[in-house]
Design a protein around this ligand. Structure first.
Ligand SMILES: C[S@@+](CC[C@H](N)C(=O)[O-])C[C@H]1O[C@@H](n2cnc3c(N)ncnc32)[C@H](O)[C@@H]1O
Length: 263
């Protein structure tokens, strides 16, 4: 890694990460699957690149719902604090393996005991959609200079991370762009214009497609004997692109960037 002119950390090319499901027959952790997909997607390049251009000086960074920390790692400013609030133990394990690792707070945003930071980031986490007003109030309390939310903006599913590979009648999700739900949940005085919308591709490297198909069928609530299970496997197999002995499944996504400047 090296530092850019602004002190951001610029990632140098790294060897391809292993597929998310390379090890064992343990149940698939949905957050691990998502974070593994982020490792092999252009999310950090697209959304992180846009954020770096929009926020030349991040200062101390507080990342609420940091997940695997890929976005925080791209945004953190050398010599400034980088704190990750993360309730999931598997995501905290990933965060702890980063070099350098952030300060990790094992809590949700609701009760995390953290110091204010210049930039408070919440990217692709549930609270902006489920309780935007109270979450924004909490973010504002914790932010010295700005609050930054990255929220889904695609016309399509946004719950199950591979739902975009499936027909609507299977996933049954609401397809309203998440950003519209966020705005509708905020009082007019609390809304901020969408600063940017970035298209990217959630792209997952899969070494065991039958296992992934069984996982998705389980998440859809299909019983073991459901006759759609082999159809689901074939549906995924038809979309998967072979790549060096593994398969790649891709879903187009779109993210809206919302920024509240406090200074
Ligand atoms: C889809 S991941 C996004 C991770 C990361 N921010 C990114 O953009 O790649 C959502 C994250 O929000 C976290 N999360 C869920 N509920 C939370 C809460 N109440 N407080 C903080 N984080 C939460 C999850 O554990 C998960 O790591």
């Amino acid at each position: 890694m090296k530092s850019s002119r602004h002190g951001h950390v610029v990632s140098l090319p790294r060897p391809a990460p292993p597929p998310f499901d390379a090890v064992g027959a343990s149940p698939i952790d949905p957050l691990a699957l998502y974070a593994g997909g982020i490792d092999t997607s252009d999310y950090v390049a697209g959304v992180g690149g846009a954020l770096r251009r929009l926020i030349p000086s991040v200062g101390d960074l507080l990342d609420l719902g940091a997940g695997g920390g890929q976005l925080g790692a791209a945004l953190r400013q050398q010599g400034r604090r980088w704190t990750a609030v993360e309730p999931s133990a598997s995501m905290r394990d990933r965060l702890a393996r980063l070099d350098p690792a952030p300060e990790i707070v094992a809590a949700g945003w609701e009760n995390a005991s953290v110091a204010p930071a210049d930039t408070v980031l919440a990217a692709n986490m549930p609270a902006p959609l489920t309780e935007p007003a109270s979450f924004l109030a909490r973010c504002r309390n914790l932010a010295r200079r700005r609050v930054v939310w990255v929220v889904p903006a695609q016309n399509g599913p946004r719950g199950l991370c591979l739902a975009g590979c499936l027909p609507r009648e299977w996933h049954g999700e609401d397809e309203t762009p998440g950003v519209d739900i966020v705005m509708a949940g905020l009082a007019p005085a609390d809304r901020t214009p969408v600063t940017a919308e970035i298209g990217w591709t959630f792209s997952l490297i899969v070494s065991d497609l039958p296992r992934l198909a069984a996982y998705l069928a389980g998440r859809l609530g299909w019983p073991e004997a459901d006759p759609r299970r082999p159809v689901l496997f074939n549906h995924l197999a038809a979309q998967a692109r072979p790549e060096q002995g593994v398969l790649r499944l891709s879903v187009p996504r779109r993210s809206a960037i919302l920024i509240w400047s406090l200074t």
